[in-house]
Design a protein around this ligand. Sequence first.
Ligand code: 2BA
Length: 109
Amino acid sequence: MKMIFAIVQDKDSGKLSNALIREGFRATKLASTGGFLKAGNTTFMIGVDDDKVDAALRVIRSNCQVRDQLVTPVSPVGGATDSYIPFPVEVQVGGAAVFVVPVERSEHY
Ligand code: 2BA
């Protein structure tokens, strides 16, 4: 068995949730925050048998979109803030950051 951790944008979480249910996967959604953008995102925990991992990844892939997001850095690297003009930079977020982790044992009472 594997546990899939999929960090997705909030905008995709409803659609992904519905697709996982439709395809017969069980999932738990956690409200999370990206360390870099400090913006809300959603972490899905999806427990699956080994032979279902690829099918679950396909569902994630087809329901999560890559988006460009503008970020304004808080201060310049090096710390000289007197002449600093914040300049928005564009980063590409998602579709999903996915980690597949082995599960040693799973019990469900
Ligand atoms: P954030 O940490 O808020 O990152 C949002 C996006 O900012 C990232 O998109 C990436 O394009 C960019 N980014 C992140 N760290 C950066 C850095 N040090 N320098 C330049 N650009 C940077 P994604 O890679 O698609 O990640 C989306 C979210 O997935 C992340 O939100 C984070 O919550 C999670 N994530 C991504 N990689 C992870 C990892 N290795 N471990 C844990 N969580 C991860």
